[in-house]
Design a protein. Structure first.
Lengths: 111, 115
């Protein structure tokens, strides 16, 4: 079945630094979603991507749909303490199919 | 605008018992998907309901079943509980119309512990 890999698995950064994380797949996807999950809560949708090469921003967050359609990237600029959490990517091969989730990147922000 | 709601918040059961979890979708959404999230892992797709029928199913045994009601709310049933069924169960809803039908919104989850 389809599998997603996320890197890094975890990261510790200083407040104010920029963050980059990525998600890769062995399959070609037509949709990528990025979610953030806080402890004890459900994932919250951050950004949705629908076209190869697409670059979409949501405040300090920017995500890109990779040109190969097998990867996606999420960047967070000027990190703040509330950015702490687990970031998941999710992708799917075609419309109507279910989404596959990556294992997540755990972000810690040091003051 | 109410988001996705789930009940109960927490549940403790013993092996062999049966459990029912409930989900109300976000207003305007008619499609409900259920996920299992084990500790330290990403959500895994169980199944999806649309028009009161199971439309897709992930790699989960028949012990996992569901139902969708005419008001689009949904239930997840798990029979003959195993220790390995302990997880956070997430419900996500999405619309089947209006352009971006792909984007799923999650509820807070039900934490199931099987002893």
């Amino acid at each position: 079945g389809q599998q997603l890999n996320q890197s890094p698995q975890s990261m510790f950064i200083q407040e104010g630094e920029d963050v980059s994380m990525n998600c890769t797949s062995s399959s070609i996807f037509n949709t990528w979603l990025w979610y953030k999950q806080d402890p004890g809560e459900g994932p919250v949708l951050l950004i949705a991507l629908y076209k190869a090469g697409e670059l979409t921003s949501n405040g300090r967050l920017t995500a890109q749909f990779g040109i190969t359609r097998k990867d996606s990237f999420l960047n967070i600029s000027a990190s703040i303490p509330s950015d702490v959490g687990i970031y998941f990517c999710a992708g799917r091969v075609r419309s109507g199919q279910n989404f596959v989730f990556g294992p997540g990147t755990r972000l810690s922000v040091l003051p | 605008d109410a988001g996705v709601t789930q009940s109960p918040t927490h549940l403790i059961k013993t092996r062999g018992q049966q459990v029912t979890l409930r989900c109300s979708p976000k207003s305007g959404h008619d499609t409900v998907s259920w996920y299992q999230q084990a500790l330290g892992q990403g959500p895994q797709f169980i199944f999806q309901y649309y028009e009161e029928e199971e439309r897709q199913r992930g790699n989960f045994p028949d012990r996992f079943s569901g139902h969708q009601f005419p008001n689009y709310s949904s239930e997840l049933n798990v029979n003959a509980l195993l220790l390995g069924d302990s997880a956070l169960y997430l419900c996500a809803s999405s619309p089947s119309w209006g352009g971006r039908t792909d984007t799923q919104y999650f509820g807070p989850g039900t934490r199931l512990t099987v002893l």
